[in-house]
Design a protein around this ligand. Sequence first.
Ligand SMILES: Cc1ncc(COP(=O)(O)O)c(C=O)c1O
Length: 405
Amino acid sequence: MYNFDEIISRRGMGSLKWDTVEEGVIPLWVADMDFPCLPELRQVLTRRAEHPFYGYRSPLESYYEAVRFWYKTRHGLETDRDHILAGPGTVLSLGIIVREFSVEGEGVLILTPVYTPFFEVIRENRRKVVEVSLNRDSGGRFVLDIAEIERELDRAGGGGIRTPLALFCSPHNPGGRVWNREETAAFLEMAKRRKMIVASDEIHCDFVYNREKENGGTSAFVSAASLEDYADRVITVSGANKTFNLGGLHVSHFVIRNSGLRRIIEAALYREAAHQGDVFAELAVETVYRLGAPWLDELCAYLKESIGEAVRFLNAEAPGIRAVEPEGTYLIWADARTLTERTDCRNTAELARRLEKEGKVKITPGSIYGRGGEDCIRINAASPHPLLMEGLERIAEWAALNSHR
Ligand SMILES: Cc1ncc(COP(=O)(O)O)c(C=O)c1O
């Protein structure tokens, strides 16, 4: 039994989440968890630190074995040793993919609202964002509209923008959708028709709350790499950093079944001097993938309950907010249009600023995730439950105090 309720101060440690907000503010923003790491990991890293050599590193075979073991046992997915490449972090890997599979001025397709660095890796590499808003069903869940995606690609094409690459976020941040087999296949089928490469960012894949549905009951998550018909044009980027809260270790991996695509990425990693692993990071990955399943099982059970309660609380007690329970990720996506209007905020960015300054709780405004996110907010629920609920109570109190009819 792990104690996920324990609150441990992270201030003064250079924490992006905590050390960038004023004392007294509860940070429920960046996707980083307030749970200490797997206890065995601390022991393994401490032991390694005591060996006084930190020289250049090349991943051991046991690293690849651990990644394969995780895919197999967690997601029912067989992976070939040769298909796995160690990477320098998910966002850095996406940047490499953008540079390798498009040229300046070309388009890269994304489905919004989506994780903000998707925009940045496209724009900062001087490519064009081809942005399609996701639709919502009657329950507020995001759904894919393939016809609309195709229309947007045609519009871009009509304007002289060729779009050879798509960045797919599965499970979806910030919307919390776990794209099912049909949805993933439909997206990949569209990409195949249009001869596009798909980079599937699967960093949230271990946080799925309806695990029994796919892969012979192993996991509800369907990796784009697992769909045979499309494996030729898919580059999967994933890692242990989100699952085991290792964001500061900057480690990820690729799964690429097509040898041609793999050679391109391998060469790019070498060119960008990103092919050598980090002494601690790869050891950490190996350790958590080998030993971390019981910890993660407990954590997912804890999060599912905590998130359920958080969503119920927000919908009942926070006037002007409608939250949707996520199928995956530990992020709560909530419509805050009414609250924004009733508090005379110009937009959710102003709402977020006021919540932080006046309400002493920091959430993320949906506007940073692109079209379709403007009226929403994202709340990171991966904090000890008492801390999370205190943060939500602050939102509810601030909303009650500052709303007019
Ligand atoms: C979809 C998505 N991709 C990538 C990342 C960050 O991954 P990394 O730290 O490996 O760059 C995040 C973090 O929140 C994310 O939500």
